[in-house]
Design a protein around this ligand. Structure first.
Ligand code: DAH
Length: 339
């Protein structure tokens, strides 16, 4: 029995040396130390021994059990720390590797320009309002003195949802909405998308942006219009910016004017950038037509006002010397990263 115990201890030590994972170690424990294990099996045979032999054998069995247990616990610790070491190694971060740079965004040139224009008008006490892009014929044309079959509609063909509902061709529609709802004094700008069924080229897009302006109060004159727009241009293009007012016709203003900016490239002499004109057309404007005021419930005998519509793309292109409008919509990072 003694030999058997020694033999068990030897085998246990030998096996333990080979074990490399916790599952095998647990099997080992059950086989040697468990209730149906080898040591227990030996202890069960103790009954066969004489009373004198028993204590010494019991002691030896317990000692061997304790030895195996100790060795097993030691092994357990070893496996645990090996496992931890492996995990630490697997999860090591090489702090010397170059990091992944996060791409930092920036405002699109159209947004940057719009924000600056908004700043200028907010500084002058204007409010910013928005209007719907899907608009009725009434607000887009009719109330602006452009009845059906009016020739001024020709240049503003658009996408119709039905006969009376369309994608707005101009932000001027917002003028009417504001005048119907607000009593003067009114001082607003309204930026937004507009649509026309134009083919895409360097200066046209079926979708573009306008900023409408409207001021209604007692005693507003064309001088206020001129002063406001001049200030805007100087703030956007610099103090040396020169604008000129050129007579024009819009059905909803009287008198009407188009506003040109002196070409930055040639200072009015004429070059390829301004198509030899020396000036670049920027926006339409005028004094709000008395009929338009009256139709909106504002007494033209008491109130007067001015309005204007700026093409955001045109201003942006002039500002950054962009020569093709399509660049503004293509979202090519090589282009956008330059601003
Ligand atoms: N709506 C005009 C356009 O799209 C621009 C314009 C002209 C707006 C005169 C106005 C204005 O408010 O008074 O071409």
């Amino acid at each position: 029995m003694k030999d058997e115990l020694r033999h068990i201890e030897e085998r246990a030590n030998e096996e333990l040396g080979q074990i490399g994972d916790t599952k095998t170690l647990e099997d080992f424990r059950v086989r040697f130390l468990g209730k149906k294990g080898e040591i227990t099996a030996i202890l069960k045979q103790m009954g066969k021994l004489s009373a004198e032999e028993r204590p010494a054998m019991g002691q030896l069995a317990n000692k061997i059990r304790a030895n195996i247990e100790n060795a097993l616990n030691k092994k357990k610790e070893e496996l645990k720390s090996a496992q931890e070491a492996k995990r630490l190694k697997d999860e090591t971060i090489d702090v010397t590797l170059p990091g992944k740079a996060a791409r930092v965004g920036r405002p699109h040139p159209l947004n940057a320009t719009l924000e600056e224009i908004e700043e200028v008008f907010l500084g002058m006490g204007f409010n910013i309002v928005e209007g719907p892009e899907v608009e009725t014929d009434h607000y887009c044309f009719e109330a602006l003195n452009m009845p059906k079959h009016h020739p001024a509609r020709d240049t503003q063909d658009t996408f119709y949802i039905n006969e009376n509902v369309l994608l707005r061709t101009q932000t001027s529609s917002v003028q009417i909405r504001v005048m119907e709802q607000t009593k003067p004094p009114i001082r607003i700008i309204s930026p937004g998308r507009v649509y026309r069924s134009d083919a895409v080229d360097a200066t046209h897009s079926p979708l573009f942006h306008q900023i409408e302006g409207l001021v209604i109060d007692k005693g507003i004159t064309m001088a206020d219009l001129k002063g406001t727009l001049e200030l805007l241009m100087q703030r956007i293009y610099g103090d040396e910016a020169k604008v000129r007012f050129r007579p024009h016709h819009f059905p909803y203003t009287e008198p009407s004017a188009e506003v040109d900016l002196m070409c930055f490239n040639c200072h009015g002499k004429g070059c390829s950038m301004c198509k030899q004109e020396g000036w670049v057309e920027l926006l339409g404007s005028g004094m709000v037509h008395p009929k338009v005021l009256a139709d909106c419930g504002i007494d033209p005998e008491v109130y007067s006002g001015f309005a204007f519509g700026i093409g955001l793309e045109r201003i942006t292109m002039g500002r950054y010397s962009i020569n093709d409008m399509r660049l503004l919509y293509e979202n090519d990072m090589r282009f956008l990263e330059q601003f």
